[in-house]
Design a protein around this ligand. Structure first.
Ligand SMILES: Cc1ncc(C[n+]2csc(CCOP(=O)(O)OP(=O)(O)O)c2C)c(N)n1
Length: 576
């Protein structure tokens, strides 16, 4: 069904309301329904009271989180796991500012969100009124667009545009700030059929000449490699990427955001690049003569020292956002367009280059230098734990992570096969993200196993959301990789500050099992691999939410590692 037909169907869903007088708050909620919204995550307050009043008994499902940051990360997890925009509501002032980290997180990873904030009535704007914050000003650099609504009659158009902007071109967060008088204002309801936005016309169809140039470059390449990023997942181009790889036999490196965009099992998958990337991926980039970047933005965690990055390669850069092209690396063939459409066009033309020796070399590296660690049958090694979770879920789970060592181990040891099955804060690296994001993903996917793999540090940043898991009895599995440290920071201090462990000791607790129990959730603990297997099986079969505190080897490090500022060739392999 086309979007327009779907819209028309929805419009006829409320024909009785068209032209009727309604408050701004009622119009807002009607408009959200018109956009197909099912869940709204949020937290009330004075400036959004009219909206919450209208929510009473409303068919929109509102999830009350216990912190606005929890709400926005949940909306983000909902969006990343479905591709549909996530919606969050917060009150003015502190409610709105509590969204800021979540907005920046979504912006960096190109996640479609519509964030609705209340504000003080317009006659108080600019007076430092109680709970006033200029949230439009604050979020200007971290939203794709933001709106300050002055008249309830504008609300339908603004909401329509907000969803359009959030979901088209390069997706991202849009904020709509609604003063309280606008929520209370009564006006006639209508809903615009079309979005007419001057100056906003994202290019989605690629230029044919550039596609030809790309195919020429492929033909002449001896050592080509693909760098696939989050853009593949955002555009739903997993199949097109696979077709491209099978057709051209060019191997694939997936960035952290691109991991679930290409099967971790495919023989041509070389792993992740960059700071904690695989030996093969990093050396493939450094040796390649043609680097085809697909929906990836050359983040410094990927490139390492820029001046040495892919020094022998011509770069083809495919991105829906023209601002990305040429931003960090010099581009040989720039292609602006939606990744899916670009790959469809390329797949019609591209031929397989002669790369037998190159593939042989890569496969040899893969065999010789896989991700590796020393296992132990008495202590839980975090890498083993991730592998065990992978094997037991057969790669079918939706995994969310927090930020730190455990995040990198998930990226290395959980092989993702399915689109939208890996949810992590890549660009901003937001601790506190993983658990609320898992809640959002679980609401969106009630029948799937959703596992939040988190650190003892990151979990404590939004652990209040245990209340939401308990209240709705959602079956989310919370895995705490508990090393009693801010592990990733400790690793840097070990390697680069002569073990001066400054402010990273978390050994004072809390007792996570008791914490879970305090919220009415099942809590379990494991300190040996044997216990780990046992409790994990119980957790998988448990019907409601469950938290498992896995006490792991405290001083395990993530390897390989490219030291900050070094080139991709200068990897510390570990065990050296
Ligand atoms: C909000 C926020 N504050 C600080 C950091 C910096 N930081 C990155 S990783 C890390 C340690 C994470 O520790 P933990 O959650 O226990 O996970 P581990 O590394 O041990 O797996 C810190 C403090 C961050 N990424 N986000």
């Amino acid at each position: 069904m086309s979007t327009e037909t779907a819209m028309a169907e929805k419009r006829s869903y409320f024909p009785q309301d068209l032209g009727k007088p309604m408050t701004g708050a009622q119009i807002l909620l009607r408009s959200l329904l018109m956009e197909g919204v099912e869940y709204v995550f949020g937290y009330p307050g004075g400036a959004v009271l009219p909206i919450y009043d209208s929510l009473y008994g409303h068919e929109l499902k509102h999830i009350l989180t216990r912190h606005e940051q929890g709400a926005i990360h949940a909306a983000d997890g909902y969006a990343r796991s479905t591709g549909k925009p996530g919606v969050v509501i917060a009150t003015s002032g502190p409610g709105a500012t509590n969204l800021v980290t979540g907005i920046a997180t979504a912006m960096m990873d190109s996640v479609p969100l519509v964030c609705i904030t209340g504000n003080v009535p317009q006659n108080l704007i600019g007076t430092d009124a109680f709970q006033e914050a200029n949230i439009c000003g604050i979020t200007f650099p971290i939203t794709k667009h933001n709106y300050f609504v002055r008249d309830a009659a504008e609300l339908p158009r603004i909401i329509r545009e907000a969803f359009h902007i959030a979901t088209t071109g390069r997706p991202g967060p849009v904020l709509v700030d609604i003063p309280k008088d606008v929520s209370n204002q009564v006006t006639n309801y209508y809903y615009p059929e079309k979005v007419q936005l001057r100056g906003y016309n994202p290019t989605t169809k690629p230029n044919r000449l550039q596609i030809d140039r790309m195919c020429q470059a492929i033909k002449g390449a001896k050592k080509p490699v693909i760098l696939a990023g989050g853009g593949v997942v955002h555009s739903g181009a997993e199949k097109e990427l696979l077709d491209f790889v099978e057709k051209t036999k060019i191997p694939v490196i997936t960035t952290l955001m691109g991991l679930a965009g290409f099967s971790g099992h495919h023989p041509f998958h070389l792993g992740m690049p960059g700071m904690h990337g695989s030996y093969t991926a990093n050396h493939a980039i450094q040796e390649s003569d043609l680097l085809i970047s697909i929906g990836a933005r050359f983040d410094d965690r990927v490139t390492g020292k820029l001046s040495t990055f892919a020094r022998n390669a011509k770069i083809v850069h495919i991105d829906v956002d023209p601002a990305e092209i040429g931003k960090n690396v010099e581009t040989f063939v720039p292609i602006v367009g939606d990744v899916k459409l670009v790959l469809q066009a390329v797949n019609e033309k591209a031929e397989q280059p002669e790369t037998e020796d190159w593939i042989k070399q890569l496969m040899e590296w893969k065999r010789q230098y896989p991700y590796s660690y020393e296992n132990d049958d008495k202590v839980i090694k975090p890498q083993w734990l991730i592998q065990m979770i992978y094997e037991s879920t057969k790669g079918e789970a939706i995994i969310t992570t927090d930020v730190g060592q455990h995040q990198m181990w998930v990226a290395q040891y959980y092989l993702f096969d399915n689109p939208r099955s890996f949810i992590t804060s890549g660009g901003l690296g937001t601790m506190g993200f993983g658990f609320p994001a898992a809640i959002g993903a679980q609401f969106a996917n009630p029948d799937k196993t959703v596992v939040a793999i988190t650190g003892d540090g990151g979990f404590q940043m939004n652990m209040q959301e245990l209340a939401v898991a308990a209240e709705h009895n959602i079956p989310v599995k919370i895995v705490i990789v508990n090393n009693r440290y801010l592990g990733m920071v400790r690793q840097w201090q070990e390697l680069f500050s002569q073990r001066r462990y400054s402010a990273v000791d978390l050994s004072s607790g809390p007792d996570f099992v008791k914490l879970a129990e305090a919220y009415g959730i099942k809590g379990m603990r494991a300190s040996t691999p044997e216990e780990a297997l046992d409790v994990w099986n119980k957790a998988l079969n448990h019907e409601g939410p469950v938290l498992i505190d896995f006490e792991v080897e405290p001083e395990e490090n993530v390897f390989p590692m490219v030291p900050p500022g070094a080139g991709l060739d200068d990897m510390i392999m570990g065990g050296e």
